[in-house]
Design a protein. Structure first.
Length: 327
């Protein structure tokens, strides 16, 4: 049995130990299924853990049952190289982490099943025909399509029930931002929210846009490109506190950021389990094109310190539902 996954390094070490113990020759002789997991894996141990746990639950417990290669690829070129190497030796399924690795796999093969875990909007990216019937050789989890955007916005409104005008700062030159912006605009009206869009190309533009907003313009601000929050943290923090505008974030790690009152993001382990279950079904004979696209569970995290400084009240039901509350 593989040890419980603690981190990617420990998982790889355990897998190598299994090989050394002599299970691998048997596995190779029996031509066990070969699965490649590829993408920028740093900080996503929980996602990979969920995937491997689901594979184990489906019976793929050790090297006698599955050959699992986990390759960290920090760039499209690295992903392309890892995918090419796997295809050259034979691979039964590819699990891709995020868009660049998915695009590399999509370009490399139209025959080997691909499970993306996740991409923003697979339909908009023309990776699949539709959410219900993907067709082709890809399926997986969508994290920012119209349905995912609806779920995230609903969670934000649980924390801020009076949210009717949401300012969204987005980078028009960043494809994921364009996709999310389009989907937010598509679903906003049905949720009772008006989107106030502000294109920003860099952190300086983000700070300027936030300083130009007031409570008469928006009830809260969502910054889609989280790298801007990280790069211009102090400036954005001061601007948000000065303008008394609560910040919202899609990355759970950013809930600690001063000025952010709520973050809504996917549970990485549950998301990994979704992808692991899909992969197991494909190894069992299902076609990826017949497996509907899934959407992750979005968890609410609340920063009461920021809320109090800005003068925002978070309802008690939202606090009870939140998986983390910073007091």
């Amino acid at each position: 049995m593989l040890m419980r996954f603690v981190g990617r390094a420990s998982f790889v070490a355990t897998f190598i130990t299994t090989l050394v113990l002599g299970l691998a020759p048997c596995a190779w002789a029996q031509q066990v299924p070969h699965v490649l997991v590829v993408g920028p894996l740093d900080n996503y141990d929980a996602l990979v853990a969920g995937m491997t746990e689901e594979l184990q639950a489906a019976g793929y417990k050790d090297a006698a049952k599955i050959r699992l290669d986990i390759k960290s690829a920090g760039s499209p070129d690295e992903a392309k190289a890892a995918i090419g190497a796997a295809l050259s030796t034979g691979v039964d399924a590819i699990v891709t982490i995020f868009g660049p690795a998915t695009n590399a796999a999509h370009a490399a093969t139209d025959k080997v099943p691909i499970v993306f875990c996740p991409v923003a909007d697979p339909v908009a990216a023309k990776l699949v025909a539709s959410n219900d019937a993907p067709g082709g050789n890809l399926t997986g989890v969508a994290s920012a399509d119209a349905e995912a955007s609806r779920r995230r916005l609903a969670a934000f409104r649980e924390a801020l029930p009076d949210l009717t005008r949401l300012a969204v700062l987005f980078d028009p030159d960043f494809p994921p931002d364009r996709v999310q912006m389009k989907n937010l605009e598509q679903i906003a009206s049905s949720t009772g929210v008006t989107i106030v869009s502000r294109p920003v190309g860099d952190e300086n533009a983000a700070v300027a846009a936030l300083r130009a907003l007031g409570r008469s313009d928006a009830d809260a601000v969502l910054i889609l490109k989280e790298a801007l929050l990280r790069k211009a943290g102090d400036e954005l923090k001061r601007a948000a506190l000065e303008q008394k505008l609560p910040l919202l974030a899609g990355d759970p790690d950013l809930v600690t950021f001063p000025g952010v009152v709520a973050a809504v993001g996917p549970n990485q382990q549950k998301q990994g389990r979704m992808c692991g279950k899909m992969t197991a079904r494909i190894l069992g004979g299902s076609k990826p094109g017949d497996l509907s696209i899934e959407h992750p569970d979005f968890e609410l995290l609340v920063n009461l310190k920021s809320a109090e400084r800005i003068g925002v009240a978070i309802p008690e039901p939202a606090l009870k539902k939140a998986v983390q509350v910073i007091r």
